[in-house]
Design a protein around this ligand. Sequence first.
Ligand SMILES: *Cc1c(COP(=O)(O)O)cnc(C)c1O
Length: 367
Amino acid sequence: MGGNEANYVQNAFDTNWIAPLGPHVDGFEVQLQEYLKIGHAAALSSGTSALHLALILAGIGQGDLVLCSSFTFSASANPIVYQGAIPVFIDSEEKTWNMDPDLAEQAIQTLSSNGQMPKALILVHLYGMPSQMDRFEEIARKYNITIIEDAAEALGSHWNGKMMGTFGAMGVLSFNGNKIITTSGGGALVSKNGEWIAKARFLATQARDSAPHYQHSQIGYNYRLSNVLAGIGRGQMEVLPDRIVNRRANFSYYHKALSDLAGIEFHKEPENYFSNRWLTCLTVDPQKSGGITREDIRLALEKENIESRPLWKPMHLQPIFRDYPCWVNGVSEKLFDQGLCLPSGSNLSAADLQRVVFMIRSLWQQS
Ligand SMILES: *Cc1c(COP(=O)(O)O)cnc(C)c1O
């Protein structure tokens, strides 16, 4: 927490705004709009609920095809199945680790020539790294496909100076406890299209028609953010720029201290791409490292009570998604096999970072 969050929460208590609406919800939405430079934002109970509403607004229903990054967290794909639609998983490219635009185009062409044109595409900016937006904007235009950006990990990241989440028809943010800023649990849906965001608020509050009694003509959801939690969000928005500085400093430190080790490669930031560096990620190629694997690093750190984690396991390898269609090229499987997220919290001390580096370097010294 930055410091002001508790004041906003206290204010919610003092004014008795303990509900999934109120001045903090409104204020938090305005902060998000101003920060992202986008017209409209709806504060919701999670990133997952934001994705679900985005699919509903895009008209996704039973049997529709939705392209989705395979290299991601399962929450990117679950809402496709909530809608009875079919996820089509697309592998990554090596430059950004995000969805491969060539493979996405191949999938669209093959599927549409079989009369199964995908209706939407969920594009994830993983670990804060922007996707190849020039290519995806072209794909959206060329095939008239709705792009929903899953920017849950990429708040504050930008491509060519424009914020992630503001390129697609809709953008999704998460304020879950593990994200760069948090409301403990929360999310948002953002868009240039005010009608969609108004509709998202309507659906998120049980789709209540305007009548003095309770009347419903549609299925609704209970997906709004609490005013108490939005108070935390208002305080967190004040420190978001500092958080990005801290996360990027973690990356720079690790990069300087480790990139000379044989076989280690860091997640690169191409020119004009700005990542919030939510997590610092690297890969270890045992063919070049003298046999040292990412698992060797993970276990050596674990012995010192330092947690690190493998990169996301691709969706096309997950037991629950294994039988869905996918276009794969081996990139995400290799990243899963060789990749590691290092400790990346915004509050790591210099001593913490030094300890991690020391443990990793000592593996190379032994070999
Ligand atoms: C965290 C996350 C989500 C889901 O957000 P919640 O707020 O936890 O529901 C979706 N996609 C990605 C890539 C995430 O990392």
